[in-house]
Design a protein around this ligand. Structure first.
Ligand SMILES: [Zn+2]
Length: 286
């Protein structure tokens, strides 16, 4: 799990662990970790091998005032844990030596938390599932309506000022538009990376733009920076932050305090970018 941050983040998007005194701090730390987990730098940074997934059996589903909660036993868990997954499923994890009765009590005690977590999830902006004219998708940081802009017999759509050719206007335009986004990204992101590398005096050897499901970017010790094409969908300040983040990994191949101090030096608004990612990452599907 340590090196597949996306899956981790998706599952623990809103998680709560038992036996920890302050709930607020717990949730924040959890979320922080997930966010930082988006950036997986060089192979050397996360040394531990991925945990071997053990089969975890579903015990049962219980009904609570805040909706159904799935009880799941985990050999790896040390504490009771309540998690609200991105798909809206609430899961209570029972640790190796835990009991179902304790889990029920834990869930009962944290009904308020679950209610707030559900409210936060509902309040998150949502992009359309099916991309048809009139639907809104994230483009350059804004939820933008897909509008038909056909010229002559060539079907086209536009998103704000950008125009994209499509084969046809009926059906789901998602794969066509995402392919366009990825092509734009391959042109724009390396250019911006070279620019910021020059500004910060970093020696970048190579920039690749990839289709990564679970990372915004990564960086290897030999000077290669890989970026997720979905960064063309985010606001410029978020895109720049991710680039700065990876650039600073060329100095510090870790997430130490020294690393974050370097990030803050070159990108003073990095925390705003982290907040944006936290609120909107799910819109992109990361
Ligand atoms: Zn990082």
């Amino acid at each position: 799990m340590a090196i597949s941050p996306g899956a981790n983040a998706a599952h623990n998007a809103l998680a709560l662990r038992g036996r920890i005194p302050s709930l607020a701090t717990t949730v924040n730390q959890e979320q922080q970790q997930n966010l930082f987990g988006f950036f997986t730098p060089a192979a050397g940074v996360h040394r531990q091998p991925p945990a071997t997934a053990r089969p975890e059996q579903v015990a049962k589903v219980i009904t609570t005032p805040q909706g159904d909660v799935v009880l799941e036993r985990s050999q790896r868990a040390n504490n009771y844990r309540l998690t609200l997954r991105r798909d809206g499923t609430a899961v209570a994890t029972i640790p190796a030596r835990g009991t179902e009765r304790e889990a029920l009590r834990f869930v009962e005690q944290h009904q308020d938390w679950l209610e707030r977590a559900r409210a936060r999830q509902r309040a998150r902006p949502r992009a359309a599932e099916v991309w048809v004219p009139g639907a809104r998708v994230l483009w350059r940081g804004e939820l933008t309506e897909i509008r038909v802009a056909t010229a002559g017999d060539k079907p086209q759509v536009c998103l704000a000022a950008d125009v994209f050719r499509v084969a046809r206007l009926d059906g789901d335009l998602r794969s066509t538009l995402e392919a366009h986004f990825a092509r734009r990204a391959k042109i724009e992101l390396p250019g911006r990376t070279w620019e910021l590398a020059a500004l910060t005096g970093m020696d970048v050897k190579h920039v690749t733009v990839r289709n990564q499901r679970s990372r915004w970017g990564s960086c290897s010790a030999n000077g290669t920076i890989s970026l997720n094409w979905r960064l063309v969908q985010t606001p410029d300040f978020v895109r720049d932050y991710i680039i700065y983040h990876e650039l600073m990994h060329l100095r510090e191949m870790n997430h130490s305090a020294r690393f974050w101090a370097r990030v803050a030096e070159v990108c003073p608004g990095w925390q705003d970018a982290e907040r944006w990612i936290k609120r909107n990452g799910s819109v992109i599907g990361l």
